[in-house]
Every structure is written in C-alpha cells, then in structure tokens.
Design a protein around this ligand. Sequence first.
Ligand code: AGP
Length: 591
Amino acid sequence: MCGIVGGVGKLDLRTYLLSGLKKLEYRGYDSAGICYTESGKTILSKVAGRVASLEEIVPENIHPTVGIAHTRWATHGQPNAQNAHPHQSQRKIFSIVHNGVIENFRPLAHQLKARGYSFNSETDTEVIADMLERFYLRSGSVIESIAQTMEALEGSYACAIMFKDEPERLYFMKKASPLLIGMSDGCMLLASDPVPMVDYTDRFIDVDDGDYGYLTPTQVKIFNGRVEIEPRFVHRNVDSFRSDLGDYPHYMIKEIEEIPGVVVRLIDNYFDGEHFTFNESMIETLRHTKKIHFLACGTSYYASKMGAKYFRPLGKEVLVSIASEWAYDPYDITGDTVFVLVSQSGETADLIRCQKIINDRDGISIAVTNTKGSTIERKATYSCLLYAGLEVAVASTKSYVAQVCFLALLFAALENEIGVVLDIDRVVDSIRNIISRKGEIEALAEDCKEVRDAFFVGRGYDYLASMEGALKLKEVSYVHAEAYPGGELKHGPIALIEPGTLVVGLVSDPEVSSSIRNNFEELRARKGRLVIFSTAAVANENDAFVANDVKPYLAPNVLVVAMQYFAYYVALAKGLPIDKPRNLAKSVTVE
Ligand code: AGP
C-alpha cells in the first residue's frame, strides 16, 4: 500500500508534497516522511503517525529544488519513524520512497551484508536504496544503476528516487504498483494517483510496468529495458478526482448521503430512457458465454455476491471468488468464461494479479470500477464505470450501492427488462427516506456503543446484505461482527449467544420472512438483544427500524444504507477516527 509523491522544478514543493501526502493518506497512514534538496543539501524528516505530525516538523520557509514524500501502511517492520520512508542508501547518496513489496529482499539483504552493508530499518525498501548505491558505485551512472536494480528485484514497486549530486532531477522506476507523472509549468510531478496533482495539472503519463527514467523541471526521459520510450502525456478530466467535505464532519457520512445522486447518475449513464446503453459487444459476449465468474475483495466481493444472485436466472453457471484466493488457485480459465472484476479503486493488488492471470491466458474480462484510468479499468477487455465520484472514506459506502445497482442494470440489459430501472428508482426514494430519518439510527447506535461483539443475521438477499453490514461495523467501530444465514445459527454459532449479545437482524424478503422471524425468536429465547431492520411489507411492531418498501431483490441496497449509518454512528459515539480506521487503507495495493 502506501502513497508516494515527488516533484522537481519551480513550484512550492513543501505545499505540493505535504498536501499531496494528505490526499494519499487513504493508501495508508501509520507513518510519514519527506526528503528534499535545498541549496545542495539533502534534508530528511520522518515521523510515526499522520502527515499532520510531519507537517509540524518541516520548516515553512524552505525552497527545495527536488523532493519526495511518503505515507505508509506498514508491510515490513513496525509503523515507527525508523521504518518510515524515505530511506537512504548507506552512503546517503540515494534517497527513495517506495510503494509495493520486494519479495526477494531477504536474499538481497544477505548479499549486501556480505559486502559490508548494514541496515537502519526493518523494511524491504532500504535494500533498494543500497542496491542502487552498489550498482552506481560500479557503473557511475544512475540510470544504469536503476536498470540493474530492477533486474535484481522481485516483487512490486513504484519508487521515486533522489540522487545527492543532482538537485534538479527526480528518478523513478515502476513495476506492478501504480505511478503517474504530471506536467505543469516549469515543473514535473510524480504520485501514486492523480489526486495530489489535480490542482497543478491535467496532463499525465501512466507509467508502464518496467518503465524507469527521470524528470527535470521541463523534461521527461523514460526507458524500458534498455530502450528509450517516447513520453506521451494524455489529458484527463480531473474533476472526478476532487472531493471536499463541505459541511460534513466526515467523508463517510457525506458519501452515504451522496448515494441517491450516485444511483440516479448510474441509471443516466446506462439507460437512455428507452434502451440500455451498455457496450453492445460486451452484452453479446455475456449472452453467449457459458459461465460468468465474479472476482473481487471486501465490500466489492459482497456486492458481487448480490450481483451473482441476480445473474442466476440467466441459466448460466455463475461463480463468485475472493480475488486473493482465486489468484493462487486460478481454476475455470476456459474460453467459456467471462470474468467480471469488481473494484471501487481499480487498483487492488489481489485483483490485479487475477487480471494478469486472465490476460496471460487470453481470457475475457469486464472491469466494473469507480476509477477511470485505474489498472483494472485499463487492462480489462471491457470496462464499465460506476460514476460514484471519488470515495475518500476507507469504508466503502456509495460504491457498494453503485456496484449492486450496476449489476442489476447489467442483468436487466441482458434480459431486456426495462422494469428494473423503475425498481431502482424506488430504491433511490427509499434511501432518501432513510437519510431523512438518520436520527433514529443514531439513537439505536448510541444504545449499542458499548458492545464488543455483534451478529448480523438474515436469509437470502438479507444474508448477503448482513455480510456487508458486519464488515462496516467491524471496520469503523472496531466491534467484532460476523454475519450468518439465519438457518446456520443452530449449526454452531448460537452457542455464542449470551444474555445481551447484540444481534442485528435483517428482514425484507417476504419469501423468507417467517423462517427468519423464527430464527430471531430462537435468539431471543437465549436472551440475545435483537435490533431488527426491516422493510414495510414484512415489518413487525417491535422492529427497530422499518424502511420503505422496494422490490425484495433490491431491498438489501436500502437496508445496507441503514447498516452504514449504524456503523458510522457507533464509531462516532465511540470517538473513533471514522474516515481512517486503524490498520486499514482505502486502496489495498499489496497482496
Ligand atoms: C470496504 O469498506 C473496505 N475498505 C474494503 O473491503 C474494500 O472494499 C476492498 O479492499 C476492495 O477494494 P476495491 O473495491 O477498491 O477493490
């Protein structure tokens, strides 16, 4: 994970690097650091904790010519200042920031130790700095040392590199982790994604795997292997990368309340009032394939589970796999399968690995992502955007609803079922109603703020929504929460129910409402504390929150929004850092 930024040239580098890091904190935020050259001197500062703490120790009146900075999600070594990036080579001639994981760093460290190198940190990154130095001392060329280092490294990396004797040059190298170059007046910028750069430029280069090179204030040099590549800047609409809090206290609640607009925008993008407007060739491919296999992680995986249930009436085999599992057991790669890769960020490492496996075997993939220009979007056979706008909070909210509605629309397009659009319109109204009644959910959450464990229970579609509800609660509220299908409780989990154990029950599907109500009674008989979220058609008078009716196959989208508020308000009552929960990062860019 981790976010990197770098810049060279005529700009206020302190502002760019520190504000850029803040915008990248969604990629990790357990430590941060900066390195810059001013009047020929290289200055390094690192802290444990957030970028705000780093900002306090970087003097305001600096005028660097080149600089790099990093916000970290620890993979190797504790999140302390010593392990924070930038790291420097033994003779301090190279300073680098790195996003990725070096898989062979132990043997490389062993080799370096044998040559007299010692290490100041527990990270895999320090090895890269020392490898650069070692090759530089032999060749006398920075570019050659980068090429040789890349040949030696296994794993993933996007690195920005400063060389002590070149105060107006910023080097880079990239494999598997994302890296972009931005061009502005009199300066060149680097970052893990466009967000830090959008106030400076709308012209970018997506650095390709295997690329390395350097930036000067006015020039870009790119090499791949030993061949020089022509740099090609492309214009990107940067508006979609902006988001500010406005009057909201947190991005999570802001993004929950954007959901109705997101769903309306989604419909507008895929339905013109009479016809669906999906790519025709993609629709035909899906119609003719024998199998549809969804791959995703986390929230996107739960959304895919819902989508898969929609697709089952197509009479095809429909599978859903967790990307990190499938990547190590990639079954089902035949010409008969279309893979659907669902990802908010489009940069999730496990899913990128799956995509590479599919592409290497000439498989067909459809990317469903919120991020234009992301790796998943660029590398898929077909790609479809969610148009949900930038999602900043680590906890996915609007993306989940967009993903599920997208998959419902895609199914409708395959079956020419225009009625689905009207069904989704009602979802919008029902969610608006929930937003107007969020105070009721806040009161329920306030009552539950002391709980340590919670069970989310439902059947059918409601069980699928329970999984996402439980993930939200554990993620932002640090409550141990698990989802179970109502019928499974008696097969083991009910042993955990003690007097007062919180059970969040979901019921919206009339087909299963009487059986899930029986399960709720079994839990009550064991003195479980039930908080039931239902929809009007199946509501009981003691239910804690009753949402307006929508079609049962879409009801989870409505109840999930109530679950999102519930998790938000429990976290708020506990005074937790809602948008950046501990140990997490928005975009999981390491496997
Ligand atoms: C969602 O709340 C989580 N933070 C996480 O599970 C996320 O959904 C998962 O990492 C997948 O991310 P993606 O959709 O960007 O691929």
